[in-house]
Design a protein around this ligand. Structure first.
Ligand code: PLP
Length: 389
């Protein structure tokens, strides 16, 4: 029997057709709106298989096919941003009078979309404890249609029991959606666990260089059809340059992600030894409360984690962060560069109480030298200590 092809190999070969590219390694970049047809008949019957720029091109198809294969999806829809992947999916699956269940650890703009646009459309949202597991069955209402997961939560890192939530949801015929940006299809394939929709901010690890934005929605069955239909009716499409950058990013995703993973684990362990740090929130560390669940379901970790500092003077913490030279502050992650942001879950959580008092900081670990990163942080902690005294 032939050995199944490893995902790392697939990343290199998917979405490539050497003959169609006339020998060039990479597929050509098709940019365009208008597609020309030689006859009236072909105008209606479809000449070369494409109809209009918004509705697809060989460049789109190359990325869509690669992601279908990686996620095990029937269809992948490309969107101009990760948030647009989330909003398009929810608009496709919900209508007035429906009820939606969303993890309390969800990416904040997802929450804001539910609390504003969906609310205005007459869709009600209930936030649930990310660690609810099988007990989600107790909060499913007669009007509940969709369960939205994000695991681990991209600031607070609770790991969800996806199989337990999936089982309860499918018992009641609900559609399940997961924001899979953290894991990428290399570390988690939710569709194999029965989840209907796995979506990504491809802006993060697919693109990998912080120089473009894209969202991807990979889905199975009726959900896939509904999402494609809504995306077409809303006129959703991604820019061809960004699609090509995402496909290019996939070629090196495995090695980049491995480096992010190893560097983040090393730094998270280092933070555990620091007296200034109260808690490290990294699901790949044995100290994390959901470590067993993470090990059961995920093949690996990303470069993202958080720490909670011991209570300290707020202005001194800000000066400590302002003085870092290698960790920049920015509302993103997944690029080659190290990032840090302070955050406060008390300001947005509704279903669960955030137990920590100290300042929470989220780190994304890039490809800089580890000793340089530790030196930058050590100098930061020294600044903090001198500022307090
Ligand atoms: N999902 C998660 C977990 C994110 O962290 C982000 C962005 O930070 C998004 C979705 C939104 O992606 P985009 O910035 O591409 O709209």
């Amino acid at each position: 029997m032939k050995k199944p092809i490893n995902k790392n190999t697939k990343l290199v070969h998917l979405g490539r057709d050497t003959k169609a590219s006339k020998g060039f390694v990479n597929p050509p970049l098709y940019k365009g709106s208008t597609v020309l047809f030689p006859t009236v008949r072909s105008l209606y019957e479809g000449g070369y298989g494409y109809n209009y720029g918004r509705k697809g091109s060989p460049t789109y198809e190359a990325l869509e096919q690669a992601l279908n294969e990686l996620e095990g999806a029937d269809e992948t829809v490309l969107t101009p941003s990760g948030l647009c992947a989330i909003t398009t999916t929810l608009l496709a699956l919900l209508k007035t009078g429906d009820h939606l269940l969303v993890t309390d650890a969800v990416y904040q703009p997802t929450r804001s979309f539910c609390d504003t646009t969906l609310k205005d459309l007459g869709v009600e949202t209930t936030y649930y404890d990310p660690r609810i597991g099988a007990n989600i069955k107790d909060i499913i209402q007669s009007t509940t249609k969709v369960v939205f997961m994000e695991s681990p939560g991209s600031q607070t890192f609770e790991v969800q029991d996806i199989p337990a939530i999936q089982a309860a949801a499918s018992d009641r015929g609900l559609t399940t959606v997961i924001d899979n940006t953290y894991a990428t299809p290399l570390n988690l394939t939710p569709l194999d666990m029965g989840v209907d929709v796995s979506l990504h901010s491809g802006t993060k690890y697919f693109i990998g260089h912080a120089d473009a934005m894209i969202g991807t929605i990979s889905a199975k069955g009726p959900a896939a059809k509904a999402i494609r239909k809504t995306a077409h009716s809303l006129g959703i499409c991604a820019g061809p340059d960004d699609v090509q950058l995402a496909l290019r990013g996939l070629r090196t995703l495995a090695i980049r992600l491995k480096h992010h993973e190893q560097a983040a684990i090393e730094l998270a362990q280092w933070f555990e030894t620091r007296p200034e740090v109260e808690t490290v929130l990294h699901p790949a560390l044995p100290s994390h409360p959901d470590h067993a669940l993470f090990q059961r379901d995920f093949k690996g970790a990303a470069g993202l984690f958080s720490i909670i500092l011991k209570p300290a003077d707020q202005a001194a913490i800000e000066r400590m962060l302002d003085g870092l030279s290698l960790f920049s502050m920015g509302w993103s992650w997944g690029g080659y560069e190290s990032l840090v942001i302070p955050f406060d879950p008390r300001s947005y959580r509704t279903a669960t109480k955030w137990p920590h008092k100290g300042q929470a900081l989220r780190f994304h670990i890039g490809h800089e030298d580890m000793d340089d990163l530790k030196a930058d942080l050590t100098a930061g902690f020294e600044r903090l200590a001198n500022d307090q005294s």
